[in-house]
Design a protein around this ligand. Structure first.
Ligand SMILES: [Zn+2]
Length: 233
């Protein structure tokens, strides 16, 4: 496993930051304020169609303020395209209706070894800058008697990635969701990602990546962790 960035082993209780922090500091340091995605009340009062219309209007204003000519054939359709992409694709994971439906199967073969799904490609967006986070996730669990299709691990990871995110929150949200549906504490999630807000702007470090990890149940034991790291090599 590549560990050329910062390694973060997150304990949920350590994850809240105090309210006295300056919002600019929070954004620059990519801190998060809660494990739950901060949603306002009435987040789903508008339908997806209504949201797209509103976003289109506002994005058109942003382009206009930047000085772009919105009558140009190349730019004309951009506000509508961005609105559609936000609501239907890259931020579709904000809507609980899009949560993947998961069927559990009985673990008939009594396979109670570790199951590992490696190298799940993740595209998310930094909630502080709204630019991409591109990375890979490795997910592992030890079955408590129930298993899910491996593609579902992928789908659940994608669901949480399709929100404005902070990498640590993304890691924990995937881990906690899997603990719940798999009915086991023994879940591990490791994400290694590049943040374009770090590589393309700000400090412009093109070589750094950030590693975050969530370990529950058996994975808190060093021997189990080492077994996982062997699979990931
Ligand atoms: Zn950022």
């Amino acid at each position: 496993m590549k560990l050329n960035g910062i390694s973060l082993n997150i304990q949920p209780e350590e994850m809240t930051v105090s309210e006295e922090l300056d919002p600019h500091e929070v954004g620059d340091q990519h801190l998060m304020t809660s494990i739950e995605t901060p949603m306002r009340e009435g987040a789903f009062d508008l339908s997806d169609e209504e949201k797209k219309k509103e976003i289109e209007k506002h994005f058109r204003s942003i382009m206009h303020v930047l000085g772009l000519d919105l009558t140009d054939d190349s730019l004309k359709g951009t506000p509508a395209r961005v609105a559609k992409m936000y609501v239907e694709e890259i931020f579709s994971g904000l809507n609980p209706e899009n949560e993947p439906k998961v069927a559990l199967f009985e673990n008939k073969y009594q396979y109670n070894e570790m199951l590992v799904e490696k190298n799940i490609t993740l595209y998310s967006n930094c909630e502080h800058h709204f630019v991409p986070i591109i990375g890979r996730a490795h997910i592992a669990y030890i079955s408590s008697g129930k298993v899910i299709g491996l593609s579902k691990l992928n789908r659940i990871a994608q669901y949480y990635a399709k929100r404005p995110q902070v990498q640590e929150r993304l890691t924990v949200q995937i881990g906690k969701h899997l603990q719940e549906i798999l009915e086991t504490e023994s879940v591990a999630v490791i994400i290694d990602a590049e943040h374009l807000c770090v590589s393309s702007r700000g400090i412009q470090d093109v070589n750094s990546s950030t590693v975050s990890a969530f370990y529950g149940g058996e994975f808190e034991k060093k021997s189990t962790k080492n077994e996982l790291f062997n699979y990931l090599k």
